[in-house]
Ligand binder design. Sequence first.
Ligand code: SF4
Length: 464
Amino acid sequence: MAAESIGHNCGLFGIAGHDSAAYLTYLGLYALQHRGQEAAGIVTSDGERTYIHKALGLVNDVFQPEVLDRLPGTSAIGHTRYSTTGSTTILNTQPIRVNYQAGTLSLAHNGNLTNTPRLRTQMEREGSIFQTTMDTEIILHLVARSKAAAVEDRIVEALGQVRGAYSLLFLSKEMLVAVRDPFGFRPLCLGEFEGAHIVASESCAFDILGGAYVRNIEAGEMLIIRKGDIETRRLPQSVTSHACIFEFVYFSRPDSWIYGEKVDKVRRRLGKHLAREHPTEADIVISVPDSSNTAALGYAHESGITFELGLIRNHYVGRTFIQPGQERRDHDVRVKFNPVEGVLRGKRVIVVDDSIVRGTTSRLLLRMIRDAGASEVHVRITCPPVAWPCYYGVDIPTRKELIAAHKNVEEVRDYIGADSLGHLSLEGMLDAVEGNGDMCHACYSGQYPVPPDDDLSKEALERR
Ligand code: SF4
């Protein structure tokens, strides 16, 4: 369940051509905090030098006014991190900044590469020394090794050697480069604020500045922003776009644009399709806040059943201290959610949620809803069962931990203690994201657009 949060990938923000670049990047990252809470970092450039600050923690903890004062310049890139590769240490925070023969280059990455083990081993054999355990560093090594003269050509050459998911922001002293991998797994969009060009994972980062959304950055598209101009190039590897469908289901904020579409609209359609596929007699529809709110409204609207706020979410959950012996998950769920007894008592309740991962959290949450007096609990999920791991930057547990990999829907229903359980079908989900072309749905279907290197799947298999 949304209660059982799936670790996200990362959030990116960049700006070129504004005197308050660091401060605006801080605000942009603040709006993207939901995409990663482990660390945050900003690099700025004043055209002569670059300046960097990054640390573990939330954006607000990492960037105090005196820190931002030490980041002068008119262009910047920033990153909020959730670690999907590499452990959570200060070394593994981003952006990564390196000095190489052609100057200084910084990089922020959202996504995971799929041919990392082979590339890394090969480069280490050839003498490369890595500072971090992140796959992102490999890209910088490849840029530094390129013989091309222009930085943008070096980047294109480097990206020709990596496979997998990457939305990237590069910052040199003179320019900002934004690029999405040819499959377009992770989102990236272009905006404008007071004459400055801005880029971000989601458009909610533009809204916080009072900026405007301009457009989606296409799969395989590279934007070179220099001296106020934008040059567009296409990566030579031509494939069909396979943007991550889970961004619509769960990750992205409903007030954002991603892939050129409003998340709110798609999420509402997911709820409507779910109501058509899995109708049931009930008194109220509730959501597991916040990520399922919009889909639950869609379900309620389509079914004609009243939407109620049956669960209240505590928004101020940080890292809570757990007493020895206390069940971590039990504690986590109770800290995060509280059922509203006055709404639930005596009611037949439809609970709309966006995923069941391990099932343990769903089971606890349903017990709490029943304890609050619900007479029936029907669970409706806005996507098919999650049964496969993600190799493209989302921290979905191994197959061993995914309940849907080992139990059928009826067994899962029994395990979580629901009166009925219905998942939106793959066809229904794809129908709801109408107009978005081919999308990645590998965590539901096992159909991977980019098969991971043997080493990577072996590594994943060992963890299973
Ligand atoms: S496997 Fe799932 S989470 Fe990963 S990119 Fe594909 S749809 Fe998104």
